[in-house]
Design a protein around this ligand. Structure first.
Ligand SMILES: Cc1cc2nc3c(=O)[nH]c(=O)nc-3n(C[C@H](O)[C@H](O)[C@H](O)COP(=O)(O)OP(=O)(O)OC[C@H]3O[C@@H](n4cnc5c(N)ncnc54)[C@H](O)[C@@H]3O)c2cc1C
Length: 248
């Protein structure tokens, strides 16, 4: 069995972010960058499935040379090899889905595991786009994955509770928070990761047409929150909402 896992390099969720003077991107200088937390969960799930069923885990990242740090981190957890599609361009979700679909076509994995969303742009759509592009079965927001023969059973979190889906492999699965607890890399794992194969490809070598369909025009910081107030009773709250804030 082969599992392909995507890992995006994103700003640390604990970092205090500011906007670049250009106004259309986040300042990343001096910001700690990490693997998207949902992708770490996807790597962990791939490792657990491979430990149970045998095979290999390949990690894919798309971005600058710096993304090798996140690929190596996934390898230190136990992934077997990595692919970096190198670009300094900021690609929209459609372009990213085209790149992932192209690598999927070359690698032909049994499962593509992805995070349900990236914490930087919160788009929550790349997994679905890749599945549609490849005409594969998909399960988003997985909180349990069981494999049997050619089938993957995925329990997913839906608005009304839990939903159980059966997907014929190859398929696309995106991970939710409660799927697992990612392991820490061990020291021997970190040492081994340095020697694992990492295939670096130029984006231009993939022969894709990547005209963006979405461009980011401007970023703004949210308005500062006003200080909260402690009110003595419900009556005061109601009169404030009615007479001062005029929301009821
Ligand atoms: C990257 C990421 C993105 C997410 N995005 C969303 C989202 O967009 N929308 C959404 O609904 N959920 C989101 N979540 C999920 C959400 O954060 C978790 O489901 C939620 O935090 C779980 O809360 P909890 O109280 O069950 O547990 P925990 O997160 O474990 O928190 C327990 C509570 O105890 C406090 N606590 C923990 N340790 C200590 C300590 N030592 N001292 C004092 N207090 C402590 C915590 O501050 C917290 O209030 C996201 C999670 C992650 C990791």
């Amino acid at each position: 069995m082969k599992i392909l896992v995507t890992v995006k390099r994103v700003p640390d969720y604990a970092a205090k972010l500011t906007i670049d003077p250009s106004g259309n991107k986040i300042k990343t200088e001096g910001v700690n960058m990490i693997a998207n937390p949902f992708d770490e969960i996807a790597v962990e799930e791939a490792l657990r499935l491979i430990e149970k069923h045998g095979g290999e885990t390949c990690v894919l990242s798309i971005g600058t040379d710096d993304c090798t740090a996140q690929i190596r981190a996934a390898m230190a957890m136990g992934a077997d090899r990595g692919i970096l599609v190198k670009t300094t361009e900021s690609l929209d979700c459609v372009s990213i889905s085209k790149v992932i679909a192209k690598i999927f076509g070359e690698e032909k994995p049994d499962i593509l595991l992805m995070g349900k969303q990236a914490i930087d742009d919160d788009s929550h759509q790349v997994g679905q786009m890749v599945a549609e592009r490849l005409n594969l079965g998909q399960a988003t927001q997985a909180n349990k994955v069981v494999l049997e023969g050619e089938w993957a059973t995925v329990i997913r979190e839906a608005d009304g509770g839990l939903e159980t889906l059966s997907l014929k492999m190859p398929c696309v699965i995106t991970t939710d928070l409660r799927l697992n607890e990612p392991r820490y890399a061990s020291l021997p794992g970190i040492m081994k990761a340095k020697k694992k194969p990492l295939d670096e490809r130029e984006l231009s070598s993939l022969g894709l047409s990547l005209t963006p369909s979405v461009t980011l025009q401007k970023l703004e910081m949210p308005p500062n929150k006003q200080a909260g107030q402690i009110l003595p009773d419900v009556q005061t709250l109601v009169s404030k909402l009615r007479d001062v804030e005029k929301v009821i």
